[in-house]
Design a protein around this ligand. Structure first.
Ligand SMILES: [Zn+2]
Length: 96
């Protein structure tokens, strides 16, 4: 089965939370910490969100022409946060 790599949605969510926390921390620190420390925080808070191809995806679709059976499966796993998702569905297209 072909394997595809993409960005992990869990890692993106964590990255958004981290960025929001950092922005809040930066705003609270204004005028309260040395300017070089503030500048460092500010730079970090401007960093881009997480986008690395750490999510391996394997998916397949099987259709049996003889009996109308459709089998769809999807599996993904992130090498950074360990997020795993499995989806398997089997149905018969003749039964609606
Ligand atoms: Zn992840």
């Amino acid at each position: 089965m072909p394997e595809k790599k993409s960005t992990c949605p869990k890692c993106v969510q964590q990255s958004i939370r981290n960025k929001e926390d950092l922005i809040a921390k930066t705003e609270k620190s204004y005028g309260k910490i040395p300017s070089d420390e503030y500048l460092e925080l500010w730079k970090k808070s401007k960093k881009d969100l997480y986008h690395n191809d750490t999510l391996s995806q394997i998916s397949s679709t099987y259709f049996d022409e003889d009996d109308g059976r459709l089998v769809v499966s999807f599996k993904c796993e992130c090498s950074v946060c360990g997020f795993i998702y499995n989806y398997n569905k089997e149905l018969n297209v003749l039964e609606g």
